[in-house]
Design a protein around this ligand. Structure first.
Ligand SMILES: NC(=O)c1ccc[n+]([C@@H]2O[C@H](COP(=O)([O-])OP(=O)(O)OC[C@H]3O[C@@H](n4cnc5c(N)ncnc54)[C@H](O)[C@@H]3O)[C@@H](O)[C@H]2O)c1
Length: 256
């Protein structure tokens, strides 16, 4: 039932992990995809993969989401190639470890610059096009830790968690302001998934994995592809009357 044919989807932080998976899912369902990230070689590889596997057009653009000029240029490039932007997946993120007693100001700023200011900047340049076309689907990737504290002491991340909570507030405000332009804005909050961000940290700690699996009703982390269904739903017209929502994808971990 999901059909993204002729839609244009932009994915930030698309060079790895959940962003690359989402770009594959968009292409699989027919969308032309603009993949943005800092690592150009990885983007080119993904671009080739998408073009070889699906009949879609792909634009790969180097873009640091914390840099206003780079974001502005990338969005202009996308609109000049495709003429519009229907879907914006704000996925780029960094996880800096530490509690407030351990974090430097630079660590704190890094979390907020990437995870919150990045979404502000991409939205700042994409929303005007969406308003003009009276259509838009914005999906912001937050985290289950926007809703619940790190209950395990193994990996506390106060800057990361609070930046992910800020995304919820931004989503509510944007959903309220832009609903009249037929733009929906929602948040997806993943639990634990294997990716570059987690493979050498959370997935390397038996203590953390034991903690997660014991506290997760489904007794396991998320599997590859298990986030994409919700991202696709919120990016498609199946969710045409859903806005300002936050959906947690964590096998029920946050219930306990
Ligand atoms: N994997 C998990 O368990 C998990 C859980 C909760 C939330 N998340 C969120 O999911 C999103 C994707 O993370 P992932 O798990 O796939 O990890 P990942 O490290 O594979 O992906 C994050 C991507 O963002 C990119 N990025 C970072 N800073 C950037 C910047 N300034 N400009 C452009 N790109 C930048 C990275 O290069 C990377 O490609 C992140 O927002 C993360 O916080 C992941």
């Amino acid at each position: 039932m999901i059909n993204l044919k002729n839609k244009v989807a932009v994915v930030t932080g698309a060079s790895s992990g959940l962003g690359a998976d989402a770009a594959r899912a968009y292409a699989q369902f027919g969308a032309n995809v603009a993949i943005l990230a800092r690592r150009k070689e990885k983007l080119e590889k993904l671009s080739d993969e998408l073009k070889n596997n699906f009949e879609v057009e792909v634009l790969a653009a180097g873009c640091d989401v914390t840099d206003e000029n780079q974001v502005k240029l990338a969005i202009e490039q996308i609109v000049s190639k495709f003429g519009k932007i229907d879907i914006l997946l704000n996925n780029a993120g960094v996880a800096v470890r530490g509690g407030v007693h351990q974090l430097s100001v630079e660590d704190w700023d890094k979390s907020f610059n990437t995870n919150v200011k990045g979404i502000f900047l991409t939205s700042k340049y994409v929303v005007p096009y969406m308003i003009k076309q009276n259509y838009g689907k914005i999906v912001n990737i937050s985290s289950v830790n926007a809703h619940i504290a790190d209950k395990s002491d193994v990996f506390i991340r106060h800057g990361y968690n609070s930046s992910k909570s800020a995304i919820l507030g931004l989503t509510l405000g944007m959903a309220c302001s832009y609903g009249k332009y037929n733009i929906t804005v929602n948040t997806v909050c993943p639990g634990l998934f294997e990716s570059e961000m987690t493979e050498n940290t959370l997935f390397k700690s038996n203590e953390f994995l034991d903690f997660y699996n014991t506290n997760c009703p489904m007794s396991r982390p998320g599997r590859k592809g298990e986030l994409s269904g919700t991202v696709l739903y919120l990016s498609s017209d199946l969710s045409s009357y859903v806005t300002g929502q936050s959906i947690i994808i964590d096998g029920g971990m946050s219930l306990i």
